[in-house]
Design a protein around this ligand. Structure first.
Ligand code: M6R
Length: 611
């Protein structure tokens, strides 16, 4: 997936594009490029230097012409290596059209063959470039850019958002989307499109969402949206979450976004819990849009998600089963899509997604809706595609998360899912008012407990000192400690590039123990099955592993070579929110020692809008 931006009517178009690209880099940064309309021609520059592509590009455009219309792109490579040749914008044979694209054109090879036969020259290995040549043919037939876009999109299979401009019509940008996010926006006498709102903060004042297969023509101060058939439709106006301001999207004195976001966790949890309790003590979920009766009719919950959001979903299973007594399955979104899950109108499918745009989760939810299930989304992004499509929403209120490694959104997701579990328990009558009230009180104590865990960063740093140099990690946990172990391993592997496996500790002796030897590091999450975990720690220690245990302040005799402690939380279902903190700090500390870019790890991107 990639970040795209288009600007028209902006005397500082290049500056706006770069500002946007810097804020979109979380979507990919293998390469970057920009195209401007310059008189009767298109001027283009591209750079491909891994994590520094946008900054290299900023140097390379020093001689750019002044222009009020342009497009920019920051890429996460799918088709074709990350190189200048494959970087966007791509142009047609005549140099009259330039476009940027996010997503995958699945039938690009099919489309390329006749184009080549008709004499077009394709100069990249991307799935994108065919679009420029298809637009070229439509323009040659006399179509305007919007009309050309409509007939070209009709030929495409796949998921995409695309923005194009032409030297023939210098104030126009044309954009379209299918299953991939794209917003249009207007400011005074200016028009914009971008992959997400963060790219336009401080510049646009009205935002519009596009539905699948809609085409938007943006001119300075105005826009027009049409369907593929050419029928004009009213654009959907979207509000912007006021907490998503420019300051929230900056590092604010921290070395990187990841450490800023780790330290924002107490606030993210507190904000996610705001206004969830009515005066009579009952739980309210304002944005839910599903009535208590509809939720009482549910007889099974299926949570679908990817990555860290999946780990939050694993914790939710314990909460929903324990408190609401509802059978709950948790499934990796990309797996649910391609089997034949038993879902029906009494199933509640809960999609968990920070971005609300992850394609695997989005499509799993669509599949669920086709099966007649009710869908609910836990998302951090207001008006994200999932939030717009789902029957119900519970927002996490973590503010923008920029670092690829999810931290504050992960803990906010757990908290939001736990509030949902309590609401289900309330409506199903499986928990009485006093049990509900005391669990909610306990949830409200989490920001302080997380703050205390953050205050122990020095203890984690001491362990980092000892572990630097180790290459193989096992993260072990049981029961509610297992998702914590998985999340610790995921954090470590994604930013440190070290081999880190999360494992249910009881499974160690069924195979993986063969890999444990002197030099292996075992990180053991002791709670909630502390005694059982002690045996598993002993098994690893006996094979020479270096053992780091994660336990609570009330543990008087923890095993292991090194001990990380967190404040104890009364209800074990809430503990993962606190326990994950030292593991985030451990991953962060090790990655920094290794000299890695923690915000932009290699090969990854923040929002994954490809399958
Ligand atoms: O936006 P989402 O929550 O749907 O994203 C899901 C995963 O891509 C995400 O959690 C990923 O695993 C993170 N990089 C983990 O830190």
């Amino acid at each position: 997936m990639c970040g795209i931006i288009g600007v028209t009517g902006d005397t500082a178009a290049l500056e706006t594009i770069f500002d946007g690209l810097r804020r979109l880099e979380y979507r990919g940064y293998d390469s970057a490029g920009v195209a401007l309309v310059d008189g009767g021609a298109i001027w283009r520059e591209r750079a491909a230097d891994g994590t520094h592509s946008v900054e290299d590009l900023a140097v390379a455009v020093a001689a750019a012409p002044r222009s009020a219309t342009g497009i920019g792109h920051t890429r996460w490579a799918t088709h074709g290596a990350p190189s200048v040749q494959n970087a966007h914008p791509h142009v047609d044979c005549t140099g009259r059209v330039a476009l940027v694209h996010n997503g995958i054109i699945e039938n690009h090879a099919e489309l390329a063959a006749p184009l080549l036969a008709r004499g077009h020259v394709l100069s990249s290995e991307t799935d994108t470039e065919v679009l420029a040549h298809l637009l070229e043919e439509e323009l040659a037939r006399g179509a305007g850019l919007a009309e050309a876009m409509r007939s070209t999109l009709g030929q495409l299979r796949g998921a995409f958002s695309v923005v194009a401009l032409t030297s023939e019509d210098p104030t126009l940008i044309v954009a379209a989307r299918r299953a991939v996010p794209l917003l249009a926006a207007l400011g005074e006498a200016r028009g914009f499109v971008a992959s997400d709102v963060s790219a336009l903060l401080g510049r646009a004042d009205r935002y519009f969402a596009l539905d699948d297969d809609q085409v938007v023509e943006v001119r300075p101060g105005s826009l027009r949206v049409t369907t593929l058939a050419g029928d004009e439709v009213d654009p959907t106006v979207v509000g912007v979450d006021p907490s998503w301001d420019v300051v929230a999207a900056q590092k604010g004195g921290f070395d990187d976004f990841m450490s800023k976001e780790i330290h924002e966790q107490p606030r993210a949890i507190a904000d996610t819990l705001l206004d969830r309790r009515a005066n009579d003590g009952s739980i309210v979920l304002d944005e839910l849009h599903l009535s208590p009766d509809e939720l009482r009719a549910v007889d099974k919950v299926v949570v679908v998600a990817c990555g860290s959001s999946f780990h939050a979903g694993m914790v939710a299973k314990y909460a929903i089963e324990r408190w609401a007594r509802l059978p709950t399955e948790v499934e990796i979104a990309s797996e649910l899509r391609y089997r034949e899950p038993v879902l029906h109108e009494r199933t509640l499918v809960v999609g968990v997604s920070q971005s609300g745009e992850t394609l695997d989760t989005l499509e799993a939810l669509r599949e669920a809706r086709r099966s007649g299930a009710r869908t609910l989304v836990v998302s951090n992004v207001v008006h994200s595609t999932m939030a717009r499509e789902a029957d119900g929403i519970v927002y996490t209120r973590a503010g923008p998360e920029v670092s690829v490694a999810s931290t504050k959104c992960h803990v906010a997701q757990i908290v939001a899912l736990e509030v949902l579990a309590l609401a289900l328990a309330q409506w199903r009558g499986t928990m009485g008012p006093s049990a509900l009230a005391s669990t909610l009180d306990e949830l409200h104590r989490l920001p302080a407990a997380v703050g205390e865990a953050l205050g122990r960063a020095k203890e984690v740093e001491d362990v980092v000192d000892v572990l630097v140099g180790a290459r193989d990690y096992f993260f072990l946990g049981r029961n509610l400690g297992y998702p914590v172990a998985l999340e610790g391993a995921l954090k470590l592997k994604e930013i440190s590039y070290l081999r880190a496996e999360g494992y249910p500790a009881g499974e160690l002796k069924h195979g993986p123990l063969a890999l444990v030897e002197p030099g292996t590091v075992v990180v053991a999450v002791l709670d909630p099955l502390r005694d059982k975990m002690r045996s598993n720690v002993a098994e690893a220690a006996a094979r020479g592993a270096t053992v780091v245990v994660l336990t609570t302040d009330d543990d008087t005799d923890p095993p292991g070579d090194h001990v990380l402690r967190v404040p104890a939380v009364r209800d074990p279902v809430l503990a993962p929110v606190v326990e994950v903190v030292p593991l985030q700090l451990l991953a962060y500390g090790l990655a920094r020692r290794l000299g890695n870019d923690v915000d932009r790890p290699r090969n990854l991107a923040k929002t994954v809008t490809v399958e």
